[in-house]
Ligand binder design. Structure first.
Ligand code: GAR
Length: 194
């Protein structure tokens, strides 16, 4: 069976990208990472990719701090297509994906989010969970649609909230689960791609 080709988009440190890369290098991922793109110059994810000799690129968001301009989405779709990417994995990518990119990869963009969706969509979901006083939170891998963390759920893992948890300790424990389930979710989808 051929390995599907992954493009990974991230804005931050890239620990989820690293988990995918580690799984790929250890032979437990039914996919190969062929391209890493970031909207943040100097993001850790780019450095991790360069260290692994994976091609990288910068997404030019035309000076917009939070929006993902349509031209930038079109360019990104073109770059991913040129690299013959089968599946786009968002790994800490902090801009909302809209139609140009969604249309270019229908049903082929997935995201990892640090809560048990549909609870706590949006930013800093682990802080939202802490503030809400819930006993349990977790993480979710889901398909990306035009909404905010609203697409169909692929896989979830629960994480207990401990009485002495801080935002930092809770996010760190959620991330351990993210790193475990993201490669599993990619394998579930890889099995459906010819
Ligand atoms: C992860 O916890 C991921 O779930 C979250 O950003 C972090 C990125 O960490 N994503 C979102 O909140 C998206 N809504 P990483 O750069 O170390 O993978």
């Amino acid at each position: 069976m051929r390995k599907i080709r992954l493009g990974v988009l991230g804005s931050g440190s890239g620990s989820n990208f690293q988990a995918l890369l580690d799984a790929s290098q250890s032979g437990t991922l039914d996919a190969q990472i062929v391209l890493v793109l970031s909207d943040v110059v100097g993001a850790g994810i780019l450095e991790r990719a360069r260290n692994a000799n994976i091609p990288t690129g910068l997404i030019d968001c035309r000076g917009c701090t939070s929006k993902f301009p349509l031209e930038a989405q079109q360019e990104t779709a073109g770059t991913l297509k040129k690299a013959a990417v089968d599946l786009v994995c968002l790994a800490g990518f902090m801009r909302m994906i809209k139609s140009p990119l969604l249309e270019a990869f229908p049903g082929r963009i997935i995201n990892i989010h640090p809560s048990l969706l549909p609870a706590f969509p949006g930013l800093e979901a682990w802080k939202q969970a802490l503030d809400a006083g819930v006993a349990e939170t977790g993480c979710t891998v889901h398909y990306v649609d035009a909404g905010m963390d609203s697409g169909e759920i692929i896989l979830q893992a629960a994480v207990p909230v401990l009485t002495d948890d801080t935002a930092t300790t809770l996010h760190a424990r959620i991330q351990l689960q993210e790193h475990r389930i993201y490669p599993l979710a990619v394998n579930i989808i890889a099995a459906t791609i010819p």
